[in-house]
Ligand binder design. Structure first.
Ligand SMILES: C[S@@+](CC[C@H](N)C(=O)[O-])C[C@H]1O[C@@H](n2cnc3c(N)ncnc32)[C@H](O)[C@@H]1O
Length: 278
């Protein structure tokens, strides 16, 4: 029985890079079982076949991923880290930037709270001289629908400073709808971090990449693959922001490690004396 679940686990790893460690196998089994129950299958071997060879296999993989990934997110998550973005990294990039558009990528954006938070921060921080554009993506199509809708409950906005809540959201009964001035700056895509063609669809000159609380799902091998891609699409002098318990020190030394407000940021080095690319 356990072997069948391991086969399902390996298939997910092959397709998405999401790696379920041995110690999480019990949780994984429960989630797969929950999914099997929803579609009326009670045997993991039959389910494996349905997942891999069935007529709706691609669709089924997406449903299963939704079941096993945790989409937990909220506005202004890890506030001190966002302060280090606004007060340190952003100022640093602006001081060396040639053109006037700040470009940000939110990779693993879940239901959109992260890219919209960044949009609010940039709206507040940039004066008329600079413009900005944010691209955001997630593997989970259900999250993408929510992100595109831009409608949130009390819980999601619990850490939004009151002033911004009034300024950038429209309250409608129990819900908060993000205003167009913030929404229109964010482009949302359904993409997979580990597929090569994802990076062909994205730009190659981001100033900032946020990939927070996503690396937890991946093996070091996959993390390395993703970080290598990030390196190529990040401008010289640009920064990567990871979740506070995530680090890439073990994987690469291609980035300069910068400490700002007690947070570790990873900066792509630039040629001495040169300006930031792009
Ligand atoms: C815990 S949420 C983090 C959301 C947000 N970055 C934050 O920190 O609040 C992790 C997200 O990563 C997404 N994810 C997992 N594997 C992915 C992959 N291979 N490609 C793109 N997104 C992925 C999940 O669907 C989930 O929405």
């Amino acid at each position: 029985m356990v072997e069948s679940y391991k086969k399902i686990r390996d298939y997910i790893y092959e397709k998405t890079g999401i790696y379920i460690e041995e110690k999480r196998l019990y949780f994984f089994k429960n989630r797969v079982f929950r999914r099997m129950k929803k579609i009326g299958i009670d045997d993991p071997d039959t389910y494996y076949n349905f997942l891999v060879n069935g007529e709706y296999s691609e669709n089924e993989l997406v449903k299963l991923i939704s079941e096993i990934t945790v989409n937990e997110t909220y506005f202004f998550r890890e506030f001190p880290q966002l302060k280090s973005f606004a007060e340190y990294a952003l100022k640093d990039v602006i001081s060396r930037k040639n053109n006037k558009t700040i470009k940000v990528l939110s990779a693993g954006c879940a239901s959109g709270e992260e890219p919209y938070t960044l949009s609010i921060i940039l709206e507040e921080m940039l004066d008329g001289e600079f413009n900005y554009k944010i691209d955001a993506f997630d593997i989970d199509p259900i999250m993408i629908l929510k992100a595109k809708a831009g409608i949130y409950n009390d819980y999601a906005v619990r850490d939004v400073p009151k002033e911004y809540l009034n300024k950038y959201f429209e309250k409608d009964k129990e819900n908060y709808k993000i205003k167009d001035i913030i929404k229109n700056k964010v482009n949302i895509f359904n993409l997979n971090l580990i597929e090569d063609n994802t990076y062909e669809k994205l730009d190659d000159n981001y100033d900032f990449i946020f990939c927070r609380n996503v690396f937890i799902y991946f093996s070091d091998e996959i993390r390395k693959k993703i970080i290598t891609k990030f390196y190529t699409i990040l401008n010289e002098g640009g920064y990567i922001f990871l979740g506070h318990s995530e680090s890439i020190n073990r994987i690469t030394n291609a980035f300069k490690v910068v400490k700002a407000n007690d947070f570790i940021l990873y900066q792509k080095p630039w040629n001495k004396g040169g300006n930031v690319n792009a």
